[in-house]
Design a protein around this ligand. Sequence first.
Ligand code: PLP
Length: 199
Amino acid sequence: MAVSKFHPAESIMEAYNEGQRLFGENHVQELMQKQQILPADIEWHFIGHLQSNKVKYIVPFVSLIHSVDTEKLLGTIDAQAEKCGRVVECLLEIHVAQEETKYGFDFDSAKELLESGRLNALKNVSVVGIMGMSSITDDESQVRREFASLSSFYRSMKESVAPQFRELSMGMSGDYHIAIEEGSTIIRLGTTIFGARQY
Ligand SMILES: *Cc1c(COP(=O)(O)O)cnc(C)c1O
């Protein structure tokens, strides 16, 4: 996935003209503005922290939400998706990094939710995998351990209660080589594709 946050529509069009169709954004307003002016065959993924009151703006067109970090948010997405007659695919964001500030489920609460059967009541969301971010560190062995733990959780859920799982979203510009080796199915690349972001 090309992570186009903070990059202008012109940069997205440059990548589009080279054949890229999958783009990821992490702010609702920025995503909406870009979606309105850019080609309709772009597949948009949402990868940032999502506030409940903004769900309704992206649910009509987003194809995968990577960053579902609470059960309540999943319920909100389900309700909004029902209103527009869609089934929206989602990933559970799992917190494995050392930083305190990152959002997400821990393994135990994600497992409890997946095993509970409560997701069956949500007819308009489909949880198709998990997403995770590694710690910000130069210690490659730690990054590898974190990705390996995500991968092992993903496989164990897929083999037991979540046979529908098909996406393991992990790896960014600095660590995607390791993520691929550990079984990632979607790497999320911003800087590698577009260069440094201007905040
Ligand atoms: C910004 C962002 C990326 C891309 O980061 P780069 O290091 O520029 O590749 C990937 N995933 C998420 C969730 C992001 O917010």
